[in-house]
Structure formats: structure tokens, C-alpha cells
Design a protein around this ligand. Structure first.
Ligand code: DC
Length: 337
């Protein structure tokens, strides 16, 4: 006996989607393996517990796959697992030594890191647009890494502040770079920013570091160093990567690019609440003015300014809830996978 595996995902739990996903999966499994009816012993499906609308075995039978026993079971949802996923285990009487092709379609491709291509999802946008929240959810749902490039510029700014260097002084900051010991580590899917051997993941979020990070990020020497590190990481693993210049400079060839934006007052309120929740009380008007100043500086700087890449999909989150935005992004990704 030889087992051929397959998996696919659906966007909506509906009879139509289940039927067409099951048919597409089986069609590809059969075509890719040049399977004949008599090769098949049984079809075994499983569905994640969030699918209820239709029985995949029925869908398979209706698609003409009715020549062997069909079975389906519900599998529990697991942390990091893909939602709305349909899996297939096709039992065949092919020779055990025969090589077969397992088929992973749509979002399921990403879950199988061993067989999937590396995918990079680029999210750019101004401060407080919601991109980091969106990036974290996408990374978790797709079971891939979240690379927060802002954290790297923030660490660089913190280094300048700690060394008594003015973040605006390009020459002085450039001189610091050879001594910048910056590492981005991942534990349990979370990014930790390590500066000179110390975990600065929290320290870099302080408001004083925000403007300083915008100041250091205008210097080309800083950008070159950061971009090189970011490209290395993105080359080696699938990730959602957020920043200002990801779609335009860091990964201009990324297949999935989004530009996330929102009204400046909405963004200032989000930052206000975020700081408040960490016990940092700031004046709202001052924070808003800082956000506008940071937007201006990030957008007008000479090197790699905040721009929307020509081929990026623009999403304004001012009046959208985060789940709606994530769903819209996933639809775009699914359509291109
Ligand atoms: O996203 P954030 O607020 O953590 O980013 C901090 C600063 O770093 C921001 O003002 C601009 C800069 N930055 C950048 O220039 N390029 C990136 N890819 C990410 C951030």
C-alpha cells in the first residue's frame, strides 16, 4: 500500500466551497500521480472542527470519485494550525517503492514548510496603522515567522541613546554601527530583540525611542545594515515582514504586498491606548503631533522613504475591525497562492 497525502483550505464554511475544494484537490492528486480508479483503495478525509457545512465524502462522490470507500472525520483545531483546512489521505495499492506526489493547495501549502516554497508577505505602512497586529495574526494563522523590522531600527536608536549619540547625527550613528551587536531571536513564534546581549524587546517600545528610531532610520548607513539583515532572514524562511520599505526596497519581488494605512488621529489613539496599557501616560495631542511628524520624516527622507509600492494592495484600517482586515488580506493571498 502507498499513501498519498493532500490538503487544502477554504475561505468560507459553505457547501459550494467545500465541494469545489474537494474536487480541485482530488483532480490534482489524480493528475499529478497519473492515478487510475483501480489504484485507489480508500479515500480518507479530515476536516478541522470549524467546518460544518458539508460532508467532504459526499462532495467527492458528487465529483465522480465514487469508486472506493469514502470516509471523513473531524480533527481538533490546534494552535498554529490552519483554519478551515481539509486534509486527504488517499490509500492506494501502488507499490510501496513508487514515488508519489503529495498535493498541498492554497493556505495548506504554507503549513507544510518542508515542501512549500518560501513565502514573504510584506506589510508596509505608517505608525499605528495596525500592521503589526495584522502581521502577528497572519504569522500565527499561517504558522510562519513575524519579522518586525521597526524593532531593529528601534534597537539601533536605543544604542545611540545609550551611547550618548544624537540619533540625528548621521556620522556619529554610522560610527556606532560596527559595534552594534543586534540579534533578532525567535522563541515560540515571538520575536525578541537582543542588543549587546541584552533583551531590549520592552525597552525599545518606550515613547522616547519612537522618534529616535525615525531619526536613525533616515541614515543610509543604518538602512543598508538593517536591510541586509532583513533580506537574510526573509531568504531563509517564510515570514510576514512589516515596516516602511519592505515592498519597495527590502523585498521588491515579494509576491504578497500590502500597504496598511489609517487616519492619523485614529493611529494616535491606538498608540495612546497601547502606551497607556503599559502604564506610560502621554498627552494625546502631543502624541498625535509626534505621529504626524514621524510620518512626514519617514515619508520625506532621502533613502527608502515610506511609500506604497506600485504593486501593493492598499488597505485603510480607520474604520475596519482587525478581523475584517485579516480576512481581506487572506483572500488576496489565497487567490495568488
Ligand atoms: O513600525 P515602528 O513604529 O516600530 O518603526 C519605528 C521607526 O523605524 C519608524 O519611525 C520608521 C523606521 N522604520 C523604517 O524606516 N523602516 C522600516 N522597515 C521599519 C521602521
Amino acid at each position: 500500500m502507498k499513501v498519498i497525502r493532500g490538503a487544502t483550505t477554504i475561505e468560507k464554511d459553505s457547501k459550494e466551497e467545500i465541494s469545489s475544494a474537494v474536487k480541485d484537490l482530488l483532480d490534482e492528486v489524480f493528475a499529478a500521480n497519473n492515478l487510475q480508479k483501480e489504484d485507489v483503495t480508500a479515500f480518507v478525509f479530515s476536516l478541522t472542527a470549524d467546518i460544518h457545512s458539508y460532508h467532504p465524502a459526499k462532495a467527492a462522490r458528487e465529483a465522480g470519485y465514487d469508486f472506493a470507500p469514502l470516509f471523513a472525520a473531524i480533527e481538533p483545531l490546534i494552535d498554529g494550525g490552519l483554519p478551515r483546512c481539509i486534509r486527504l489521505m488517499l490509500l492506494t495499492d501502488l507499490d510501496k517503492k513508487q514515488t508519489v506526489k503529495h498535493i498541498y493547495q492554497k493556505g495548506a501549502k504554507i503549513l507544510r514548510k518542508d515542501i512549500s516554497e518560501i513565502i514573504n508577505i510584506a506589510l508596509d505602512g505608517p505608525a499605528g496603522s495596525g500592521k503589526s497586529t495584522i502581521a502577528k495574526i497572519l504569522a500565527q494563522d499561517y504558522n510562519i515567522l513575524y519579522l518586525d523590522t521597526g524593532a531593529m531600527y528601534r534597537a539601533c536608536a536605543l544604542k545611540a541613546l545609550k551611547s550618548g549619540v544624537d540619533p540625528k547625527d548621521g556620522e556619529a550613528v554610522a560610527k556606532l554601527l560596527p559595534t552594534l551587536d543586534l540579534k533578532v531571536e525567535y522563541r515560540d513564534g515571538k520575536q525578541y530583540t537582543i542588543l549587546d546581549g541584552e533583551d531590549v524587546s520592552l525597552a525599545i517600545r518606550e515613547n522616547v525611542v519612537s522618534m529616535a528610531s525615525s531619526n536613525v532610520s533616515v541614515h543610509n548607513a543604518v538602512r543598508m545594515k538593517m536591510v541586509e539583515m532583513q533580506r537574510e532572514i526573509a531568504k531563509s524562511m517564510s515570514c510576514v515582514i512589516d515596516g516602511r520599505d519592505i515592498g519597495s526596497v527590502v523585498l521588491p519581488n515579494a509576491k504578497y504586498k500590502f500597504f496598511i494605512t489609517a487616519d492619523s488621529k485614529v493611529r494616535a489613539m491606538r498608540r495612546y491606548k497601547e502606551l497607556e496599557s503599559r502604564g506610560e501616560i502621554v498627552d494625546f495631542d502631543k502624541l498625535h503631533a509626534e505621529i504626524v511628524a514621524r510620518d512626514k520624516q519617514d515619508s520625506e527622507r532621502e533613502f527608502a522613504p515610506l511609500v506604497c509600492a506600485e504593486d501593493a494592495i492598499v488597505i485603510d484600517t480607520s474604520n475596519l475591525d482587525i478581523n475584517g482586515v485579516v480576512a481581506a488580506i487572506k483572500r488576496e493571498i489565497q487567490a495568488k497562492i
